[in-house]
Ligand binder design. Sequence first.
Ligand code: ADP
Ligand code: G6P
Length: 475
Amino acid sequence: MTEPRLLIVSNRLPVTVRTDRGELSVAPSAGGLATGLRGPHTKSDGLWIGWPGDVSHLDDAQRGSLDEKLEAMRAVPLYLEPEEVTRYYEGYSNGVLWPLFHYMVDRIPLVSTDWEVYQHVNQRFADLTVARYRPGDTIWVQDYQLMLVPGMIRERLPSATIGFFLHIPFPSSEAFRILPRREEILTGLLGADLIGFHTFSYLDQFARSMMRILGLDVEVDRLRYAGRNVRLGVFPMGIDAAHFSQVATSPELATEADAIRQRAAPCRILLGVDRMDYTKGLTRRLLAYERLLARSPELHGKVRLVQVAVPSRTEVDAYVTLKTQVDELVGKINGEYGTIDWTPIHYLYRSIPESQLIALYRAADVMLVTPVRDGLNLVAKEFIASRVDDDGVLILSELAGAASELGEALRVNPYDIDATAGAMAQALALAPEERRIRMSALRRRIMTHDVHRWVSLFLGTLERSATQREPAGAR
Ligand code: ADP
Ligand code: G6P
């Protein structure tokens, strides 16, 4: 008798293939889904089914070696064809769904013909999951790229336990109804026993879409569909807080953080760490920093913004445009305010290793998390978990899902450039005791509400929802 396993199904695997001068390697994938679920996957003995990134340039021997590396991580690759990357990943998932779910309706193309490919790739994910499924396994499908997968698996495995978690916001029904394929998306999700969201507001919006678009009544957190019960739940994701704290406490890391501070002295450090994505509010953040410099000459030579942006979705036009805008704005601000001895913005366009990231979190005086819309935002939580010294100030956008949990942060409306600049000044002026009170309250919450608790709450609720499932056609 084999043990039941957890099968995580997501578009992206926790590692992405890289080739550097012909040498093949795999690197950790960026983004909250991959970084968040990596630890729980390692602890479970299940499988993770997903895309390892573009492999079109690999020869057969390299493909074989990649398969071996992935197998050792219990990662099951689904290789996307180049046309599928263009039309399912870049086209429909990141050209249509991503902007719509983040309320950026004007970024949706006038005409999109990629729906069929989205459907086709979702079917491929469902087929591969069914092929690897063993009775008793729990299937956990992740995020907006795979919203049809729960329904497609349910057709083949009527009694399987299937969960779905949405890592991005669910928009208001007024925005969601714009989607020509809105019914298919909703019924695809309803193949799951449990659908999870980061915040109550996303759940509420989803329930309204259920009522207005499918005419289904939602009773608080449950509904009936096709003779089955479907549960809805709120599960704000956590991070591996103990791991961040442990790394942050190590003597090497404290030395590294001190070295960063000393190199920056006499400047105090404001820090931004994001994927290069238009939802992260990078241009508005830069404008707010410029406003701070314009109205506070006494801060010239005394502050530095360190902005680390990891390249993301670099083949999608909107991301290319954003990169140009950020490059130009950084150049403009540095050109205008910089001196021979002082560069106002230190800008890195790359992914950095975890130890360096945690050293930066520890060295920062002020952390800027100012997305114009964000499902949750794990960077905010990573910063808090790394502040084992109970110091540092978090400026957090009220439009990030994490804002509902992190009340002791300085909250800003990222569209209000003046107010954001004001919050930066306020954060720099906050007294040490006030910083300590706020940070220690934030830390208490982050340390207990971690990713392992998140996984066990979701899976526990899923287990209960699935055992209460009535056979199809019972009503
Ligand atoms: P999203 O999932 O939209 O990218 P999150 O804040 O939830 O946003 O998660 C981002 C994840 O990516 C975090 O775990 C963060 O540590 C990581 N990350 C972001 N920028 C970088 C970077 N430049 N280098 C390394 N890791 C990064
Ligand atoms: C967000 C999404 C994830 C995605 C990540 C990185 O966190 O919710 O599903 O994996 O961004 O984006 P990418 O397109 O590189 O997978």
